[in-house]
Design a protein around this ligand. Sequence first.
Ligand SMILES: NC(=O)c1ccc[n+]([C@@H]2O[C@H](COP(=O)([O-])OP(=O)(O)OC[C@H]3O[C@@H](n4cnc5c(N)ncnc54)[C@H](O)[C@@H]3O)[C@@H](O)[C@H]2O)c1
Length: 276
Amino acid sequence: MDMYDLTGRVAVVTGAARGLGLAFAEILARAGCHIAGLDIQSEASKSLYDLQKSHKTVVKYYQVDVTSEENVKTTVAKVVQELGRIDININAAGIVSDEPFLTTSMKNIEKTFAVNVTGSFLVAQACANVMVDRYKKQHGDSPATNATTGTIVFIASIATHMASSAQQISCYTASKAAIRGLVKPVAMELSKYGIRVNSLSPGYTMTDMIRGLQSEQPDLVKQFEKETLFGRIGAPQELQGAILWLCADRASGWYTGQDLLIDGGATSWKHPAILT
Ligand SMILES: NC(=O)c1ccc[n+]([C@@H]2O[C@H](COP(=O)([O-])OP(=O)(O)OC[C@H]3O[C@@H](n4cnc5c(N)ncnc54)[C@H](O)[C@@H]3O)[C@@H](O)[C@H]2O)c1
């Protein structure tokens, strides 16, 4: 038995048009999942559509603004109609703006919390309801003793584990701390339906999000590189194994209510420069 074989499972991945969401969709498709990619972009990267051919799974793309409850509910209903079920939900849609705490604008606070917190909450809630309905149809009111119904993964951030002097992102960090705050209570509430809930906190990883920040702060990546133990930032592919493990109930079925930090060692040391 291959514990990472997810053939026939259906994964709803937000932020799937590019970056980490796309990398997560790719590894899940490789494991046999059908993919529902959700993103606000009108078109996803060609790589998302290519997954269908290369992995013989069904891949569908849905344009959705995760901050709209109605948009989310309609889209999740459409996913169930078109793909039949939901087993996995990964919430990678997210935004960041670099603004000093003292002058952070109301616009930034509202937008960042709307996408990162409300958006993740709404999508996870809609997907969880689909999983719970399936559980109840199969098992009635008996509480689950194994986590085989499904799994939800929120995407938090290294920012909730350490502040970097390279960035001023208190608003973003607070939104990601709120995401981590969801994990334990939701894991508790959904455990009786056999659903696991965790977050993954990526360290600095090269995606369009980092490229966008770097366009305003050319030395940003150099500073991030100094913070990691290997002197480089990560690639999206370096988070794929963790996502696959988190989503494979035969591999990580006893892991729930936790935050998994993958950061190239950035939070493990003090850079020598600050010790001199
Ligand atoms: N890249 C990193 O270094 C890093 C580090 C820690 C955490 N993260 C987190 O990982 C997640 C993915 O980041 P990424 O680096 O791939 O960024 P990215 O900007 O490349 O991708 C984010 C995706 O979210 C989508 N999105 C934004 N607003 C949306 C909305 N309202 N509705 C639906 N989709 C929306 C964007 O269109 C985009 O495709 C984010 O939550 C981010 O905060 C990234």
